[in-house]
Design a protein around this ligand. Structure first.
Ligand SMILES: [Zn+2]
Length: 188
């Protein structure tokens, strides 16, 4: 985010606080617009990361075509409908073809895709598409489990409810026993 955009954002946050009936001159709110602008810039920095390029450059030759699973990687994101957090875990499973990808890069992909305004459904597809394009695996499955503050704090006020989304490609679509085996491993 440019300095100019950050200044504009601070002004808008000051106006928003004013619209909410807050006294923007009270001491504890003085730095709030600056802090919120800084936090929003940080929480949306995934937009600046050339993650497809990073994924493509992190491939290694596959030693076998056996399953690779990275389970329960934590993420947090901002729901693009309410600008409220949603957070949870991502499971990635793939059957390599010619390549594998660095496990650290999988974490970077999760961060880059989640550190922006998102919907859980789109986050799931985005991670899947980036990995599918870079890796060209025989099969790929992503499962995301998340809690949404926009469901917990407002509207339905359903505390503790978990949203699960899944995306599959290749052998995970066609081979139900593979899908079942991995689903079992993810639940352990
Ligand atoms: Zn929401």
């Amino acid at each position: 985010m440019t300095k100019n955009s950050k200044n504009q954002l601070e002004t808008l946050i000051r106006q928003a606080l004013n619209c909410l009936g807050e006294d923007i001159n009270r001491p504890s709110l003085k730095e709030t617009p600056k802090r919120v602008a800084q936090a929003l810039a940080e929480l949306t920095k995934g937009n600046q990361i050339p993650i497809a390029e990073i994924a493509k450059n992190s491939l290694l030759p596959a030693p076998s075509q056996e399953l690779v699973i990275l389970k329960a990687t934590q993420f947090h994101s901002l729901c693009e409908h309410h600008l409220l957090p949603f957070f949870g875990s991502v499971d990635i499973a793939y059957v390599p073809h010619k390549n594998i990808i660095g496990l650290g890069t999988l974490g970077q992909i999760i961060d880059a895709c989640s550190q922006k305004l998102q919907l859980q459904e789109n986050l799931t597809e985005e991670i899947t598409n980036i990995l599918h394009t870079a890796l060209k695996p025989k099969g790929l499955m992503i499962v995301i489990k998340a809690q949404h503050f926009c469901i917990e704090m407002r509207g339905l006020k359903k505390q503790g409810s978990i949203t699960i989304t899944r995306s599959t490609r290749g052998s995970f679509v066609t081979d139900s026993s593979l899908r079942q085996e991995v689903t079992g491993l993810l639940q352990e």
